[in-house]
Design a protein around this ligand. Structure first.
Ligand SMILES: CC(C)(COP(=O)(O)OP(=O)(O)OC[C@H]1O[C@@H](n2cnc3c(N)ncnc32)[C@H](O)[C@@H]1OP(=O)(O)O)[C@@H](O)C(=O)NCCC(=O)NCCS
Length: 168
């Protein structure tokens, strides 16, 4: 039998039924991929944004949220807020370092371009800064934000998008 396309890495828009799994990916990725840069208390405060899954789902649904899947199961997601801000990019730790984040980010950059954005910004967590830097994002501003009673640092980064190629 020939392999079926659904056994491969794929990407699609978020569906309401994805929310519990996306919340799990969100928590697991913070817990396992951000530990070198944030304390346990900071990670818990950050991950608490998914405690209320209804609110978390509303936030994702209000943005352009893409889900990366492997054999039809969600393994990562990314959300574009408006036309030019990456609000979320999370990959499950079990598949980290395999190009899933890059695939999602590529897609958001194309979507931002097609929405008319000249540049794209992200408030990058310290652990994700090298990922974005590698993709051409430049650090613009250091921020400290309070999340659930904890102070967390991040960096606003910006990438200029190539214009002209987005429209057909
Ligand atoms: C940041 C994140 C989305 C990257 O996803 P990923 O699927 O592991 O990244 P990829 O495998 O697509 O990596 C793409 C490139 O970036 C590099 N890279 C990825 N994470 C990196 C890191 N933490 N430090 C340095 N380089 C990194 C990879 O080596 C790869 O380089 P290559 O193109 O030379 O092979 C993922 O680590 C994550 O979910 N982190 C926790 C949540 C988070 O902080 N999200 C960002 C919120 S703004």
């Amino acid at each position: 039998m020939t392999p079926r396309p659904q056994t491969q890495l794929a990407m699609r828009p978020m569906l309401p039924a994805d929310v519990p799994l996306l919340a799990e990916i969100f928590r697991a990725s913070i817990e396992e991929l951000a530990g070198e840069d944030y304390s346990e208390a900071q990670q818990e405060a950050w991950a608490s944004a998914a405690d209320d899954e209804v609110q978390f789902g509303k936030r994702l649904a209000s943005e352009l949220t893409l889900v990366a899947t492997l054999q039809n199961s969600p393994i990562g997601f990314a959300a574009l807020k408006g036309k030019d801000h990456i609000d979320m990019l999370y990959v499950h730790p079990s598949v980290a370092g395999q190009g899933v984040g890059a695939m999602l980010c590529d897609a958001l950059e194309k979507l931002a371009g097609s929405r008319g954005a000249n540049s794209l910004t992200v408030d990058a967590s310290d652990n994700a800064e090298a990922f974005f830097k590698k993709r051409g994002y430049l650090a613009r501003q250091r921020n400290t934000v309070t999340v659930n009673g904890e102070w967390l640092a991040n960096t606003t980064m910006q990438k200029m998008l190539e214009t002209g190629g987005a429209q057909t």
